[in-house]
Design a protein around this ligand. Structure first.
Ligand code: DX5
Ligand code: ZN
Length: 213
């Protein structure tokens, strides 16, 4: 299991050291939550913060867009050279076109599904994707409770992925901890995002390792 700590739960007054600590602690990716105050009722950070984060980071960035205008934000964040950019299917009328645009920047495209969105919604996009992110909370805030129906959804998605594009990864985001990690693993999940669980632990390395099952 790959682990992507979400810096939403980091101490932003001490961000460079927080980034160093998760990288030294053995994380696989750095999850960056971008919120525009419209698609979700919260706002976070832009390239003014993410560019210096990318300079300090020794692990690749995984940018999760929670925005209405996906194309604008893809263009804004592409120069930060993330490994992945993910966008929500619920906010995009032309997902196929946007996937190509992300790929043209040399970035791996991923699509995010809110808790209510069925995996079949993206069946015909799977061959063009590197990853699908299943939300296990309603997007907008860290520290929320894990929605258990994501386990069944991950299993369904895994079946579709096996048929259409076995190289596509499954990522789960929200309320992930050392209690639900084994069910996620068994359901076929490849990558987990963990914010409050990692940054709420005194020992980031220990918290990260406890999820790398
Ligand atoms: C929620 C974000 C998550 C969040 C996860 O909208 O997408 O990445 O930071 O935080 P935890 O792990 O605390 O649920
Ligand atoms: Zn996220």
């Amino acid at each position: 299991m790959l682990v992507a700590p979400s810096i939403l739960s980091a101490d932003f007054g001490n961000l460079a050291n927080e980034i160093k600590a998760i990288c030294d602690g053995g994380c696989d990716l750095i999850h960056v939550d971008v919120m525009d105050g419209h698609f979700v009722p919260n706002m976070t950070i832009g390239p003014v913060v993410v560019n210096p984060v990318a300079k300090v980071a020794t692990k690749p960035l995984d940018i999760h867009l929670m925005v209405e205008d996906n194309t604008f934000f893809v263009e804004l964040f592409a120069p930060c050279k993330p490994l992945y950019i993910s966008f929500h299917i619920e906010s995009e009328n032309h997902p196929h076109r946007l996937i190509q645009k992300i790929r043209d920047y040399g970035i791996k495209p991923a699509i995010v599904l809110n808790p209510h969105t069925p995996p079949e919604a993206i069946e015909y996009l799977l061959e063009d994707l590197d990853m699908v992110l299943l939300m296990s909370v309603n997007p907008g805030f860290g520290g929320q409770k894990f929605i258990p129906s994501v386990i069944e959804k991950a299993k369904k998605l895994k079946e579709l992925i096996n048929k259409k594009n076995p190289n596509c990864l499954i990522q789960v985001d929200g309320g992930v901890n050392d209690k639900n990690i084994h069910d996620l693993k068994e359901a076929g999940v490849d990558v987990v995002v963990a914010g409050s669980y990692v940054f709420g632990n005194d020992d980031y390395s220990k918290a990260i390792k406890s999820l790398q099952v």
